[in-house]
Design a binder for this molecule. Structure first.
Ligand SMILES: CC(C)(COP(=O)(O)OP(=O)(O)OC[C@H]1O[C@@H](n2cnc3c(N)ncnc32)[C@H](O)[C@@H]1OP(=O)(O)O)[C@@H](O)C(=O)NCCC(=O)NCCSC(=O)CC(=O)O
Length: 452
């Protein structure tokens, strides 16, 4: 539980940003039906709530307001006119980011632990976006971003965020977060942002193949069928537990070595992109499949040998397209990369190696732009976050986060990936599963490590 202390609306400074309309591109539109991204940053903060409110809160709000002047899409709304109107981001004076302050009596060390805990434990620290509403002309208005700062008196604070993925991907959001921390640390001096301002214009995204219209039609179909009435997600997560698994650098290197050794020749090796990301995903994916099949009492490899499992992860297209997209581009610039593997391959002795080769081959094909997107029917695992987002590099001046969590994985069955706080570890993986699946996963994770 968290007790509401105060709530605010944080806008860019008055008069600093003109009214702006930014179209959504074909990279943004597919994210519209997705539930929002929820990321929690936990920090040690050994002070009472009164200290936070008097000394920290004013500058947190002021620095956010100043930062939003350069990141105004995050203070805006997404306007969704009735078809055939195209959705777009719209900012006007007075638009804001919802900003709530709460206090929690929960045990901070338990909250930030890696071991399995009920997913419900973290939900009180996740901010709610303001309600969607409909304008007189029938346009739906979707608020984009909300923050909630929860104080755990004398122990820590949590900066919780909820944002609509259609406004921008993880790279864009973490650009905002890191900029906010810089402005906070500099006492409100915006010159610290001068070398890394976001690139907000969308007309650099070229669409020679007319893919936007295809995706818009899919979106309009979604609105007219399930749309806003999709099933409540809260119930799905009620009985789940979540845990964080850390893959050490030594284990990642050993896995990379094992996979590379399995490629028959150097020519063969060139067909695969083998990295820490690839082997971590392969390792977790195989442990997940084994755990779920074990709980379903379905571990026999003779049964449904050719049944397929799918793995889906985003591929950042910045600097990888035929047209120029700067690394500071604010928006979505991700393509989905889908991998498939047969059940008998996963459950065999070389399951992790085969999974790594499949993922590594998929990335190479993305680089050559010849990867087809498969139709997935069932049994797919998706990835949220990325070790490249540097979520632990968000220091407001009271140290790096002691824990970062993505809580929307509680609902959609994705795994979350992040960099690690300490240099010894390679990747942090967040998993939310039913209790009995988590027990199996823990066993699989530990046992497979011993085999490396
Ligand atoms: C396709 C990928 C997933 C692949 O990941 P990789 O870690 O393999 O990435 P990469 O292409 O940078 O390759 C890194 C590996 O190549 C090696 N490498 C790189 N450059 C090299 C060079 N010049 N010479 C030799 N080796 C080199 C490095 O050692 C490293 O291995 P090693 O690592 O072993 O040292 C990634 O490129 C990508 O697009 N990531 C972005 C995904 C993303 O943005 N997700 C967020 C979704 S938004 C979201 O979900 C919302 C939110 O989060 O808020």
């Amino acid at each position: 539980m968290a007790k509401l202390v105060d709530s605010f609306r944080v806008s860019p400074p008055p008069g600093s940003v003109p009214t702006i309309s930014v179209p959504l591109t074909y990279f943004d539109i597919p994210w519209l039906p997705n539930p929002p991204v929820q990321r929690l940053f936990f920090y040690e903060f050994p002070h009472p709530t009164s200290h936070f409110i008097e000394t920290t809160l004013p500058m947190l709000k002021r620095s956010l307001s100043l930062t939003l002047q350069h990141f105004c899409p995050y203070a805006a709304n997404i306007m969704c006119p009735q078809p055939p109107g195209k959705p777009y981001i719209h900012y006007m004076e007075g638009d804001f980011v919802a900003f709530t302050v709460a206090e929690s009596a929960a045990d901070f060390n338990h909250v930030i632990a890696n071991y399995p805990r009920p997913v419900k434990l973290l939900h009180p620290f996740v901010p709610q976006l303001p309600s969607k509403h409909v304008t007189e002309d029938g346009s739906r208005v979707l608020p984009i971003l909300a923050f909630q700062v929860t104080v755990f008196p004398n122990f820590g604070i949590c900066i919780g965020s909820t944002y609509c993925h259609a406004v921008g991907d993880g790279k864009s959001f973490m650009h905002l977060m890191r900029s906010w921390t810089s402005v906070y640390r500099s006492g409100g001096d915006l010159t610290c942002l001068e070398n890394s301002l976001p690139f907000i214009k969308r007309d650099i995204i070229k669409d020679p193949g007319g893919i936007e219209l295809v995706l818009l039609k899919d979106y309009w179909d979604w609105v007219s069928t399930s749309g806003e009435n999709s099933a409540s997600t809260q119930d799905i997560a009620a009985y789940k537990v979540r845990a964080t698994f850390v893959l050490g650098r030594a284990h990642a290197e050993r896995l990379k070595h094992l996979v590379t050794a399995q490629c028959r020749s150097s020519v063969d090796t060139e067909q695969y992109h083998i990295s820490t990301f690839v082997v971590t995903c392969a390792y977790i994916w195989v442990c997940l499949i084994k755990s779920k099949e074990s709980v379903a009492n379905n571990l026999s490899r003779d049964n449904g040998d050719d049944e397929l499992y799918y793995f889906l992860f985003p591929y950042d297209c910045r600097n990888r397209l035929e047209f120029w997209v700067p690394t500071t581009y604010l928006g979505n610039c991700l393509k989905p990369c889908a991998i498939e593997i047969k059940k008998r391959e996963v459950l065999g002795e070389s399951g992790i190696i085969l999974a790594a080769k499949a993922i590594g081959k998929g990335i190479k094909e993305m680089e050559r732009s010849d990867k087809r997107i498969e139709t997935m029917t069932r049994s797919f695992t998706t990835v949220a976050g990325s070790p490249k987002l540097q979520v632990y590099e968000t220091n407001f001046g009271w140290g790096r986060p002691c824990k970062v969590e993505l809580t929307h994985i509680d609902y959609d069955g994705a795994i979350s990936l992040a960099d690690c706080r300490d240099g010894e570890s390679a990747v942090e993986v967040g998993v939310a599963l039913n209790k009995n699946e988590m027990d199996e996963f823990l066993t699989n994770f530990e046992q497979s490590l011993k085999l490396l």
